[in-house]
Structure formats: structure tokens, C-alpha cells
Design a protein around this ligand. Structure first.
Ligand code: ZN
Length: 281
């Protein structure tokens, strides 16, 4: 949780950012303050090919709150494979889009977008930012659709690709028909994002001047021991969920599953070398 996120989010406070709480934990705490009878199971993890199928197992519906196409194709593959309904939602600038996917009954994300838009072809949160009201509009439609799915009110689903621009005052719906006959996911049952070789994964984080590095295999990091090791090399702060280590112009945030966010660079090679230098492989 970071201070720069707070203006566009409704679930977090300045004290969450000051305490450096992971979003999943801060979110669970706030839901607990609203209604203590709701059972929440926060997961502090990077969703990827190795854990997505476990995360969606037994889910009645999955809501997309991600910020990149790679993760959405991953959700799409897992949800179509296991026939779990999911609700795509995205926003950039003042524009937003949402679509409800019922595997094998409605078009899936890949039926509509067979390929991700090429890099740099469209605005991203790096170049355009995002304003809070469009996130609320997209989220409101997603949650309404989730309520319809959960209550079996399938006739009320909007059945379209819904697009909004709260600055241009443009609202439109494109009606959806059946799944595509030649969709790699729906028709050919190829789940390419799930079938990748296991390996270390590193990616530049949108608009953050930071790189996320995830190790090839899930390991449990003893954050206290790591903190003692790093104390002589820089400033260390930690809580139950993460450790933050600052050295020179870089700041490394390490989670208990060894996933790390390296701030101060957009260079994946440099981030990997900082990771192996301070955290190890
Ligand atoms: Zn499809």
C-alpha cells in the first residue's frame, strides 16, 4: 500500500500506507470493521501460472481488478478451463470497460481480444493515469453482475462489452453473441498462459518506476533473519508481512513468498541482479 494510491482507492487509509500493509491485509481489516461476521481470507501473493488454478478453485465468481492483459489472459484461461464465471474490468484515464464471461456460454476475453494490444499502442496508467470515478463506475457494474450471478438472475446480465468515458460523456454497449468457433481458449482448449515452463518471472510495474521479481519456486522467507543479514548494508524496516530494505537509490520490498518489488529502476536486468545480491536465489 502506497500513499500515491490513496486518491483513487476507497478501501485504504493513510495509516495503512504508513504501516506498509499489503493491500490484501488492509482490505480484509477494513471489511472486518464494516461487518465482523464476514469471513475474509486475504492472500498476499503474485498471481501467476503456478497458483491461479488453486486460487480460483471453488470460487463461484471471479472479479478482475488487475492492471495488465497478461494477468487477464491468465484469469481467462483458468476460469474457462475450470468453468468459473469471471468479470473483466479495466480503466485508464477516464475510460473504462467491462464484460461478464460465462465459460462456453458467452464469448471469453480471447474471443473478443485474440491478442493483447501491442505495447505502446494504447494509453496505459504510465502515460494517462486513471481517475477515481471511472474505477467506481466499472467496479459498480462488475459488482452488480456478480450479484446477478450469485443470485441466479442470469436474465439480468448485461450481455455486452460495456464501455464508458466519464470525461467524454460517452457510454456504449456492444452486444455479444456466442463464443467464437476458432477461439484458442474456448474452442481449442489451449490454455497457453497456464502451460508455460516454470521459471523466475520479472516485470516492470506500470507507472511505479519499479520491477517485480518472483522466484521460480515458492519459498518461505524468514523475514527476521533476512533483516539481520541486510542491516549492515542499508536501512531495514519490517512487519509481519514484508520487509523493506533501502540501499542507495534503491528500495527492495520482500514478501514472505520471496516475491520482491525493486523500486528505483525500470531495468529488469538490474532489478534481477539486486535481487540476487541481497535476497539470493
Ligand atoms: Zn473464447
Amino acid at each position: 500500500m502506497e500513499f500515491s494510491n490513496l486518491q483513487r482507492q476507497t478501501m485504504f487509509t493513510e495509516s495503512d500506507a504508513a504501516d506498509r500493509l499489503p493491500k490484501a491485509v488492509a482490505c480484509a481489516n477494513h471489511i472486518g470493521q464494516i461487518n465482523r461476521d464476514i469471513a475474509v481470507e486475504p492472500e498476499v501473493a503474485d498471481v501467476n501460472h503456478s497458483n491461479i488454478e488453486g486460487l480460483i478453485a471453488n470460487a463461484d465468481v471471479v472479479l478482475d481488478g488487475t492492471d495488465n492483459f497478461a494477468t487477464r489472459y491468465l484469469i481467462n484461461d483458468a476460469c474457462v478451463k475450470h468453468e468459473v464465471d469471471w468479470i473483466y474490468g479495466a480503466a485508464v484515464g477516464s475510460y473504462g470497460v467491462t464484460m461478464t464471461i460465462r465459460p462456453h456460454q458467452t464469448p471469453c476475453l480471447r474471443c473478443i481480444f485474440p491478442e493483447a494490444p501491442p505495447a505502446a499502442s494504447s494509453p496505459t496508467c504510465d502515460t494517462a493515469g486513471v481517475i477515481m470515478p471511472i474505477i467506481s463506475v466499472v467496479a459498480a457494474v462488475q459488482v452488480s453482475e456478480a450479484l446477478k450471478l450469485l443470485t441466479g438472475s442470469l436474465e439480468s446480465l448485461h450481455g455486452s462489452l460495456m464501455q464508458f468515458d466519464v470525461w467524454q460523456n460517452d457510454w456504449r454497449r456492444i452486444s455479444l453473441r456466442a463464443p467464437s468457433d476458432d477461439c484458442a481458449t474456448c474452442a481449442l482448449h489451449k490454455y497457453e498462459t497456464l502451460d508455460v515452463e516454470s521459471g523466475e518471472f520479472a516485470a516492470v510495474m506500470c507507472g511505479r518506476h519499479a520491477v517485480q521479481v518472483s522466484p521460480a519456486t515458492t519459498v518461505h522467507v524468514d523475514l527476521a533473519a533476512l533483516g539481520r543479514k541486510l542491516e549492515s548494508a542499508g536501512e531495514v524496516k519490517s512487519n509481519d508481512y514484508l520487509l523493506r530494505f533501502r540501499t542507495g537509490e534503491y528500495e527492495l520490498t520482500v514478501f514472505r513468498d520471496a516475491r520482491s518489488i525493486i523500486r528505483g529502476t525500470d531495468d529488469i536486468a538490474l532489478a534481477r541482479s539486486l535481487y540476487s545480491k541481497y535476497i539470493g536465489n
